[in-house]
Design a protein around this ligand. Structure first.
Ligand SMILES: NC(=O)c1ccc[n+]([C@@H]2O[C@H](COP(=O)([O-])OP(=O)(O)OC[C@H]3O[C@@H](n4cnc5c(N)ncnc54)[C@H](OP(=O)(O)O)[C@@H]3O)[C@@H](O)[C@H]2O)c1
Length: 338
């Protein structure tokens, strides 16, 4: 099989990076392994049949230019994104190649929309933040559920995880992510009340009825760009948050051939408009692995589309949300759309 173009992966030797590299290879792309630790890049290269290594640092723009040289796109999976998102976007703009990241942090996801919208249009490239489980998946689900609606009164997003064995990156990013969280209320971004609201949510099996707490992440930022909603609120069940708070919870452990853990997730999206209601549900396994699938699917769609998306875009703006999600079933997701 002839190999497709090369794609730079910044943060390649991280946990999510491993999944991205393997998803790219599975689909015939040539990953360029990038990140700040040359030794760990070399080790990953040795384990993956000698993929090209280009060490680079966000403090050294020239090293980033070298890392992106000749690549068709860059995927940034090195977080906290508050540290990496700006230099990687700037490098992508200089290289004039699309740039995707996996930010769950709201303050990081805001940066491209606030600072790089004009630059992305001028360079003719797509910049897509939060193209992952937190952020992108909810954005696509809400967009798909909206269908022909041009506005919506009320959107509720609820996630249940059976457990959350966090990576070091998740822990570090969580500790750094102390900014007051934002929700969409009265058509604007507004502070999450303190303490965050709780409620009950009826999830499909195996979860059933669970207590959930308001936990808005980067989906608020991306949805705000393109969905006209009076209220958007997102929630999570309590078991995974208890795991996260416990310093002794171990990192994720592979449980199948593709390296996915046994973790399962469900995301429900409920929309209300006037007296109409719509519900959508997606289920799958391992939030890190599905994030890799989402970002690689997105990158592939950008590079293969006849009318390339241009600008800083929310996932639901850049793609046909329904088609995108359906393309990942049944292998990666099980999906119920209205
Ligand atoms: N939105 C989502 O659903 C979603 C899903 C998965 C991951 N994420 C986010 O993605 C990030 C990575 O997560 P992970 O699970 O893959 O964690 P991980 O296994 O700990 O990997 C983190 C990677 O980022 C690199 N990195 C961190 N800061 C860096 C910097 N300033 N410069 C260069 N490289 C840097 C690390 O390199 P070093 O080891 O050298 O520090 C490592 O390669 C986290 O921020 C996490 O929140 C989000």
């Amino acid at each position: 099989v002839m190999s497709k173009a090369s794609v730079a992966v910044f943060g390649a030797y991280g946990h999510t990076g491993h999944f991205i590299v393997s998803e790219l290879r599975k689909r015939g792309w040539r990953p360029i392994l990038s990140g700040r630790d040359a030794e760990r890049l070399k080790a990953l290269s040795n384990a993956t049949g000698g993929l090209e290594v280009r060490a680079a640092s966000v403090e050294d723009p020239a090293s980033l230019d070298q890392a992106l040289h000749g690549a068709a796109a860059v995927i940034n999976c090195a977080g906290p994104f508050i540290d990496t998102i700006t230099p990687i976007i700037e490098a992508a703009l200089r290289a004039r190649i699309p740039c995707l990241d996996m930010a769950a942090e709201q303050q990081a996801a805001l940066i491209p929309f606030e600072r790089f919208a004009d630059a992305a249009r001028n360079a003719g490239i797509a910049i897509i933040p939060a193209m992952a489980f937190y952020g992108g998946l909810a954005d696509l689900m809400v967009t798909a559920a909206m269908g022909d609606w041009t506005a919506v009164d009320d959107v509720r997003i609820a996630i249940a995880l059976d457990s959350w064995h966090p990576t070091q990156g998740t822990r570090i990013t969580g500790r750094r992510n102390t900014a007051r969280r934002l929700v969409i209320s009265k058509y604007g971004l507004d502070h999450l009340p303190d303490p965050p609201p709780t409620r009950e949510w009826e999830f499909p099996a195996p979860f059933g009825t669970q207590q959930v707490v308001s936990l808005p992440l980067s989906e608020m930022i991306t949805l705000f760009q393109h969905v006209k909603a009076r209220e958007i609120h997102s929630y999570m069940n309590l078991a995974p948050l208890k795991d996260l708070r416990d310093p002794n919870t171990p990192p994720p452990k592979p449980a199948d051939d593709s390296g996915r853990s046994s973790q399962v997730f469900v995301m429900d999206v409920v929309l209300a408009n006037g007296n109409e209601a719509r519900r959508a549900t997606v289920q799958g396994r391992d939030i890190y692995a599905i994030s890799a699938t989402l970002v690689v699917e997105a990158m592939e769609r950008i590079l293969s589309s006849a009318h390339k998306p241009v600008g800083v875009l929310a996932p639901g703006e850049a793609f046909d949300a329904r088609d995108f999600l359906q393309a990942l079933t049944p292998e990666h997701l099980s999906l119920m759309l209205p």
